[in-house]
Design a protein around this ligand. Structure first.
Ligand code: AMP
Length: 114
């Protein structure tokens, strides 16, 4: 989609620190990490928020989650613990309107989140 920063990153029209890529998903380092491990996992197909997902898109969601858990294992945070977060719409703090899962790990997390 035009003017979507994460589409541009997934299409490699904008630079990023690539972590993983396959035909459906793209993962890269967050530019402003909130934890020692902070990776964004995005679908290559553009959806602004998770509210746009249709029934037929949920296999893509499980692929995104599976990718996040694999990366957590690769980065050595799986056993100690990690968090997968997706924000939806303004009150959640969503700032980029292309679905993304944050994978956060490598430090003690707190609850409730801010
Ligand atoms: P959210 O606020 O949930 O929409 O998350 C958007 C995330 O994208 C934030 O954690 C930003 O730091 C991150 N971000 C924004 N621009 C870039 C970029 N060019 N490369 C990597 N991460 C980015």
């Amino acid at each position: 989609m035009d003017n979507c920063i994460f589409c541009k990153i997934a299409e490699k029209k904008m630079p990023s620190k690539v972590v993983y890529e396959d035909e459906l998903v793209f993962a890269f380092e967050d530019i402003e990490p909130q934890a020692p491990v902070h990776i964004l996992i995005v679908p290559k197909k553009h959806f602004s928020t998770i509210l746009e997902l249709k029934d037929e898109d949920y296999s893509l969601v499980s692929h995104l989650v599976k990718t996040a858990t694999k990366i957590a294992a690769d980065r050595g945070v799986a056993e100690k613990g990690f968090r997968i977060v997706t924000n939806c719409n303004p009150e959640s703090g969503q700032s980029v309107y292309h679905i993304h899962f944050h994978l956060l790990g490598g430090r003690q997390m707190h609850w409730p989140p801010g």
